[in-house]
Design a protein. Structure first.
Ligand code: FAD
Length: 284
């Protein structure tokens, strides 16, 4: 189908984008890489009167260090995230998961910020951002605020980004020297995950010193598997210990049932994939 008619602007600054959004109110929509929004417009699930394209705002692109944090601009593409040396050094999990997002064409158009703002519970980046303790910088005409991961994802396709606001960057504490793995379960290549697990761990002398685990598609938002994290710390990086900790991966989750699998199947998958992801992250 062809989208309903809309006005289109492509500002070159965040300020101009915010002004355009403020003027159009709730009838405006932001477009980043368009990989999720365009299908929505073509199916006429949304019919904005104004589309504000962020593609010409250079300030929203790029990856930089800021003390103990890695800062990723919202308009940085998945392809740039996957191949960036700073990401590989300080947030390896994003690189490991990023190469599993869709296919090369989508990764070259789709953006890190767009993926998080879209908040599809089957999207791969949300669980990784949570596992890395990311915080989200949101800018509106009233100023800029930083939202912690726990508060960013509110529900299915719903985040803390308010009307007339933009996600401008994502701040990630450096996880230098941590191992990482993203275990994504799909029926065919390049698909969205039925369930996926993001794991990053710091192993010290054969013992798991710190662990963070995120779950994809195990509820209406990405989730942290905090029971698993607590059970892993202080344990030897062995199959037996990790298997025992992974048994609680589905605790506190509310997975969907659909044609790809029912909720019980997803709960089972979560434990299996968590064991695999943690072991791979720990290098076992
Ligand atoms: C064939 C195909 C397969 C895919 N497979 C996967 C997959 O396996 N895993 C996966 O994770 N993703 C997958 N995707 C989605 C892809 O990762 C997109 O990059 C992502 O969903 C949205 O990014 P985008 O930059 O294209 O955002 P857009 O589509 O432009 O925008 C998405 C939404 O976010 C809003 N938005 C975007 N940027 C901002 C911002 N800075 N501030 C506020 N709101 C904003 C838009 O208004 C819109 O509502 C797939 C997409 C396609 C087309």
């Amino acid at each position: 189908m062809i989208p309903a008619q809309f006005e289109y602007v492509a500002p070159t600054t965040v300020e101009d984008a915010l002004s355009a959004l403020a003027e159009a109110g709730e009838d405006a929509k932001v477009i980043a890489g368009g990989q999720s929004l365009l299908p929505v417009l073509r199916m006429r699930l949304n019919a904005p009167t104004l589309v504000v394209d962020l593609g010409k705002i250079e300030a929203l692109r790029g990856i930089r260090e800021d003390g103990d944090a890695l800062v990723i601009g919202a308009m940085t593409t998945h392809a740039e995230v996957c191949t960036n040396p700073l990401v590989r050094e300080h947030a390896l999990l994003l690189a490991k998961a990023g190469v599993q997002v869709a296919d090369p064409q989508v990764r070259h158009r789709g953006t890190f910020g767009g993926s998080l703002a879209h908040a599809d519970p089957a999207g791969d980046m949300g669980a990784c951002a949570l596992a890395l303790d990311a915080s989200f910088v949101i800018t509106g005409s009233a100023g800029t605020r930083t939202v912690p991961g726990d508060e960013f994802f509110e529900d299915l396709f719903t985040t803390a980004i308010g009307e007339g606001e933009l996600l401008t960057e994502v701040r990630i504490p450096k996880h230098t020297g941590w191992g990482a793995h993203y275990e994504k379960f799909v029926r065919v290549a390049h698909q969205w995950p039925i369930v996926a697990v993001a794991a990053t761990v710091r192993v010290d002398g054969g013992t798991i010193a710190e662990a963070r685990v995120g779950l994809t598609n195990m509820g209406s938002t990405p989730l942290r598997a905090r029971a698993v994290e607590a059970a892993l710390v202080g344990q030897p990086a062995t199959d037996e210990a990790v298997r025992a900790a992974a048994a609680s991966a589905a605790e506190g989750t509310a997975p969907p049932s659909d044609l790809n699998g029912d909720a019980d199947y997803r709960r089972h998958l979560a434990t299996v994939l968590t064991r695999r992801a943690v072991l791979a992250a720990a290098g076992v």
